[in-house]
Design a binder for this molecule. Structure first.
Ligand SMILES: [Zn+2]
Length: 285
């Protein structure tokens, strides 16, 4: 595998991506544009039905975005995140598609870059004015941040860390299902980190709250950005310590122990949940 294709982890972008900040840069004709409208990404459909990122710059399509920001380069090509607040007329092969519905249907690297772009767009949209004094915020030039000219309050893009964990008891893994899941699908438990918690405390609390089980041997496995709207999923494996499953029906409707020979329908291979489950299947961890 060539050096620039290697990834630091299964959900990291390849080294083809180099982040950058240059708000005043003039767009090159060959730039990659991640254009959003109402959280939909501008994509194009090929003759075989395959969905790819729109490859035509907005100006050539006859519109300019209200907001655009340079976010780096991919394989040497400039990348821009852009937002359109009003609908525009588009050729038949182009349309806006909600990013979440593109998960697993579009190239993984493009999805990850789009996730980065939409989080910056959301942050820009929601932080136009200072939360402390109400003045209009200005973009900083050396980092992805905004500063209030009046009171100097600084705003960075918001991230909400969430933990996701496998719980293993001998040859079985604890999986649960939410009422929102497709019929028959089970996945790992997950939950948001609260202020003041260590990640390990969150892992133990979520398992206790959702299924009444105590765990031990919590170890870090990996992470996955999850831009819906601005999470970072931090994955762990843990071992069962004590307790019988008692489901908290507020968040999940069922939880069971599954052996690797008797797995239910699982989440997509592009998810860290599936990565944790595969780790159990392959290594019993
Ligand atoms: Zn201020």
């Amino acid at each position: 595998m060539p050096y620039n294709k290697t990834r630091l982890s299964p959900f990291s972008l390849s080294r083809l991506f180099v982040p950058g900040i240059s708000p005043n840069k003039v767009a090159a004709a060959s730039a990659l544009w991640f254009v959003f409208h109402n959280d939909g990404l501008l994509v194009q459909q090929g003759e075989g039905g395959e969905i790819t990122l729109n490859s035509t710059p907005p100006l050539q399509l006859g519109f300019s975005a209200e907001f655009s920001l340079y976010i780096g380069t991919y394989d040497g090509v400039d990348i821009y995140a852009a937002e359109l607040s009003k609908p525009v007329a588009l050729p038949e092969t182009l349309y806006f598609k909600r990013l979440r519905t593109l998960f697993g249907k579009i190239d993984g690297e493009i999805f990850a870059l789009a996730g980065r772009a939409i989080q910056i767009i959301h942050w820009n949209r929601d932080h136009k004015f200072c939360g402390r004094c109400g003045s209009e915020m200005k973009n900083r030039t050396k980092e992805i941040a905004k500063i209030c000219p009046a009171c100097k309050f600084i705003s960075f893009p918001r991230l909400s860390p969430a933990v996701i964990m496998s719980v293993v008891r001998k040859n079985e893994i604890l999986l649960a299902r939410s009422p929102r899941f497709p019929a028959g699908m089970y996945s790992t438990l997950a939950g948001f980190v609260e202020p003041g918690e260590t990640l390990e405390e969150t892992v133990a609390r979520e398992v206790r709250e959702e299924v009444n089980v105590e765990i031990c041997n919590i170890s870090y496995v990996g992470s996955q950005p999850w831009p819906f709207p601005h999470s970072l999923m931090i994955g762990f494996s843990a071992n069962y310590a004590s307790g019988d499953i008692r489901v908290d029906n507020n968040e999940i409707e069922d939880a069971q122990w599954f052996s690797k020979n008797n797995m239910p329908l699982l989440p997509t291979r592009m998810s860290i949940a599936r990565h944790l489950i595969e780790l159990f299947i392959k290594s019993g961890r």
